[in-house]
Design a protein around this ligand. Sequence first.
Ligand code: COA
Length: 568
Amino acid sequence: MRILFLCHAFNSLTQRLFVVLREEGHEVSVEFDINDALSVEAVEVYVPDLIIAPFLKRAIPERIWRYHTCFIIHPGIPGDRGPSALDWAILNREKTWGVTVLQANEEMDGGDIWASMEFPMRFATKASLYRNEVTQAAVEAMLLAIQRFQSRQYKPLPLDYSAPAIRGQARPPMPQADRAIDWQQDSTEVILRKIHSADGFPGVQDKILGKELFLYDAWEERRLQGRAGELLARCGPAVCRATRDGAIWIGHLRDKNDQHPFKLPATWLLGEQINDLPETQANTQEAYPEIWYEEEDQVGYLYFNFYNGAMSTTQCERLRDAYRKAVQRDTRVIVLMGGNDFWSNGMHLNIIEAAQSAADESWRNINAIDDIALDIITTESKLTISALRGNAGAGGVFLARAADEVWTHEAVILNPHYKDMGNLYGSEYWTYLLPRHAGKENAQRITQARLPMGIREGLDLGLIDAVLTRTKSTFIGNVKQRARELASDPAFENRLAHKSRIRKADEQRRSLQSYRDQELERMRMNFYGFDPSYHVARYNFVYKVPKSRTPLTIALHRRTGEKHRSVP
Ligand code: COA
């Protein structure tokens, strides 16, 4: 089928559905919901068999839904309506939640139901639930709805609130008042739930040290205690704040009145005001769980759960220290576990944007990532694995490829390109790693592409070596089993020797330093040269400037400009 996506942005859910449908043999074109006229024009030009709205903030114009079947993917159970579906589900302690595919009509979220899928709720942020459970349920519900649509036999169910199966209800947008924290009264669990319900957007509005701020990235602290509301400690980017029955860590804040009104590490925004707070070391899952290390059966597991997968210079330095310590341990395999939602998304664009010199900070940041990549590539005493629990983007993909093997599960999406960030050339030794693992031809294809990639393509192109499980839930168990097998493999020493021989031969052919120098020369031009594209693209990304047109890479219908048929 020819399927047109109408969406607010090409976000992670939209990307996953896009990849799945293309793998199923459908043709998919994308139009951003910029205004009604452009959406109508897209439908006229493309003449789709089906329209899907995976992530839409406005109603579909009547001129479209009246003449075309339009599926709306709603992140709520049947009957649920409104723009704060997950926010309410979290605050209301729903035990299960779901995704519904309904047909667009004159009532927002009120159309006939084509399919729905439920999942157990996890105590996690809204964004994390969205990227994991909601996305997986959306894939399954969408495929079922399409199968029903293609059968031409299925009649979608009208929304009938008197039916026992309809558990949801219409809910208003959630105001700040509903998640406002009362530090004297609310328990730790309630405070975490409130912050989770607004993370990644809009954040919970609160006051810290007299400043109006939005809170994100909250975690429970199990040991520290103090007077409710008081700041107790700092750890990496986070500050610890006492609750009436414990304490929490807050990793990120946003100050809408600041010169940099976007999310930044809490310690950055609070600055000198928190200089006197005691520093807590975080190298376990306790405290602020950013970087931690575990060991089992001669395998070391290094977790780096950076918020949004963004890796700043200091985070890279901390990670490199942790990696170096892991290499010193008496183990045979190191598994780089990344974060739960993202393995890595490369340089920390928000911190770069807020730096005094964005060019200098970009330079420091890319060098710090390169230093980690170098350590991984040159690890001779162990086999190294990147285990992708979540998606990876830009430099994060190439950093993963620095390990000997890359393992994933089927729900992972890769964005192995930098071009959308103002034609950034990229580094992380990709000019060495891609031809080495993917071959010259595939390396070319990977770097030319600007599309999200599913695991099938990733395997074909040599970005991934093994897909261990269908879903994420069983992935860690499988990673551990396979890593254990690798560590106890009788051929382990041979494999290590083989790896070392290849590295030496590669180094003789061309040194890693020369790859790095050449990549960084190009990056220097991106950061300091006359062409400001990277700085403009980064600004637009960090400030979330809405796109004024859909990129031609995904808007197939806009490539030819050919008009097929008019919407009546
Ligand atoms: N630096 C800072 N923040 C980043 C980031 C980065 N490198 N990558 C992602 N984020 C943030 C986004 O701003 C967004 O923030 P929010 O919580 O305020 O909404 C959040 O992470 C999720 O990103 P989003 O773009 O919504 O996720 P996605 O899954 O839809 O898309 C990417 C993933 C990787 C395609 C996209 O985030 C991206 O292009 N990131 C930039 C990658 C990059 O160019 N890195 C620098 C070169 S190495």
